[in-house]
Design a protein around this ligand. Structure first.
Ligand SMILES: NC(=O)c1ccc[n+]([C@@H]2O[C@H](COP(=O)([O-])OP(=O)(O)OC[C@H]3O[C@@H](n4cnc5c(N)ncnc54)[C@H](O)[C@@H]3O)[C@@H](O)[C@H]2O)c1
Ligand SMILES: O=P(O)(O)OC[C@H](O)CO
Length: 312
């Protein structure tokens, strides 16, 4: 299986490094020059990675990994539909498209006549993958045969892929955990303590399940790498941009606006869907209001703490 990766940011670069240590792979990215990845300082791409600024050069690839920010995926896949159609597409982004309310697999499935798209997601910092540290991810695809082929093609001795057919559960776990990570960052940034963070993560997980199950996900997927696993990683590590963004919000300190923080747009998308479909999502709704500036930090905390007492 010939593999191409689209997007030479942190995650696309890290996947190219990991796969390029084992087999040939093509990496395309905007403004990609030389064999360094700007978002991965100190990392050099292995020899087996062919770097190209020309998108047409990925034409021979059988499998294409799209490591772009979620909000760029819709326009990108529509603009390059002819090139992408017929290939095994693997979405590597985490989020919900703000304009359509769709996840990455649902967006890619709109390329008519294509194969069943897959999603690669789970607890993984690009910096860890690029350093060759052990990482486990979920590869979800409704086509079991294709899913198994991709699982084997994309696994390495230190990058272990677990297979699933629950694409909705896998993509929503990755999308929703970023919202909870922002909220966890707010809790820590505002000095509310580790006990409050544990409570927030637990109630956030309940909220993730509620939303995902309402959209057809399987509960065991949410309990796996792409849900619970990624929630734990992202809510507890300073390496997470979503967590650090929330921390800056909670502490009222500046944050580098050039960083990709997927939970911001996804919180807005999820809050809109939850309001429309009547799904109780208090943390996501509050994160959406906080990032929009329609509620103050004090009011947001107060609102979550004064919700009616209920059964767990
Ligand atoms: N960084 C991580 O640790 C990590 C881990 C797992 C998953 N992800 C996911 O991977 C996705 C990408 O994140 P990242 O960390 O690589 O972000 P990044 O900001 O490091 O890189 C994004 C790349 O996409 C490119 N890009 C943006 N818009 C584009 C467009 N319209 N057309 C072509 N290229 C475009 C940018 O130039 C940049 O190279 C996100 O959804 C993120 O959640 C990231
Ligand atoms: O830096 P973040 O917050 O986008 O998190 C990166 C990955 O999604 C962690 O699994």
């Amino acid at each position: 299986m010939k593999i191409a990766i689209l997007g030479a940011g942190a995650f696309g670069g890290a996947l190219a490094v990991a796969l390029g240590r084992e087999r040939p792979v093509t990496l395309w990215g905007r403004g990609l020059e030389g064999r360094q990845i700007a978002r991965l300082p100190g990392i050099t791409l292995p020899e087996a990675v062919s770097v190209t600024p020309d998108l047409a050069a990925i034409a021979p690839a059988d499998a294409v990994l799209l490591a772009l920010p979620m909000q760029a995926l819709s326009a990108f896949s529509a603009d390059h539909a002819t090139l992408l159609r017929g290939k095994a597409l693997v979405a590597c982004c985490k989020g919900v498209d703000l304009r359509t309310g769709l996840g990455p697999v649902e967006l890619l499935a709109q390329l008519e006549g294509g194969r069943a798209p897959a999603v690669l997601t789970g607890p993984s910092f690009a910096a860890d993958i690029a350093r060759g540290l052990p990482t486990a991810l979920t590869l979800a695809c409704t086509d079991e045969t294709l899913g198994a082929q991709l699982q084997h093609a994309l696994s390495t001795p230190v990058l272990r892929l677990y297979r699933s057919t629950d694409v909705i559960g896998a993509e929503l776990g990755g999308a929703l955990k970023n919202i909870v990570a922002i909220a966890a960052g707010v809790v820590i940034g505002a000095g509310l303590g580790d006990s409050a963070r544990a409570a927030l993560m637990t109630r956030g997980y309940a909220e993730m399940q509620r939303f995902a199950l309402a959209r057809g996900a399987r509960p065991e997927t949410l309990a796996g790498l792409s849900g619970f696993g990624d929630l734990v990683l992202t809510c507890t590590s300073q390496l997470s941009r979503n967590f650090r963004f929330g921390q800056a919000l909670g502490a009222a300190t500046p944050f580098d606006a050039s960083q990709t923080v997927e939970g911001v747009a996804t919180a807005k998308a999820v809050a809109q869907i939850a309001a429309k479909d009547g799904i109780d999502m208090p943390i996501s709704t509050m994160v959406a209001a906080l990032v929009d500036g329609t509620v103050t930090l004090g009011a947001a905390i107060q609102s979550l703490l004064t919700r009616p007492l209920k059964q767990e």
